[in-house]
Design a binder for this molecule. Structure first.
Ligand SMILES: [Zn+2]
Length: 134
């Protein structure tokens, strides 16, 4: 892959990474506030606060889920940035062929070309990369 293209995908990955960090910080803040309220044992204040924020326990569980999902995505994004640094970015880790720019444009942290990806999905039944979430 050309220097210019690598630069493009690097920026794409860094942008996504930044977005995700912001998102995770926001979730951490919500979790911290909630823990604080719960530890005081003042449930009326807690309920009031949560209603005020438009959040409830279901919302909190969802946020927790997002935090984990983001953690996984962040991991894949960091690995992709490493691959840009060591020159293996854009190569399929299974067949060693090019992943293809259209695919990388959609999933910049992809490590498999579309053929190997669908093969692996069929074999494993489930995707290892959370790329459908991007
Ligand atoms: Zn492949």
């Amino acid at each position: 892959m050309k220097e210019k293209e690598l630069e493009h995908f690097k920026n794409l990955l860094l942008g996504k990474r930044q977005e995700m960090m912001k998102h995770m910080d926001a979730i951490k803040e919500i979790e911290m506030e909630t823990t604080l309220k719960e530890s005081t044992g003042d449930h009326s204040a807690y309920a009031f606060h949560m209603a005020d924020q438009g959040t409830d326990s279901m919302e909190r569980e969802k946020n927790f889920f997002y935090a984990q999902r983001d953690g996984r995505l962040l991991y894949h994004i960091d690995r992709a940035l490493e691959r840009i640094e060591n020159g293996t970015y854009g190569k399929c880790r299974s067949c060693n062929g090019p992943i293809g720019e259209a695919r990388l444009e959609a999933v910049p942290h992809a490590t498999l070309c579309i053929q190997c990806k669908s093969k692996e999905e069929k074999a494993a039944g489930e995707s290892e990369e959370p790329e459908e979430l991007l």
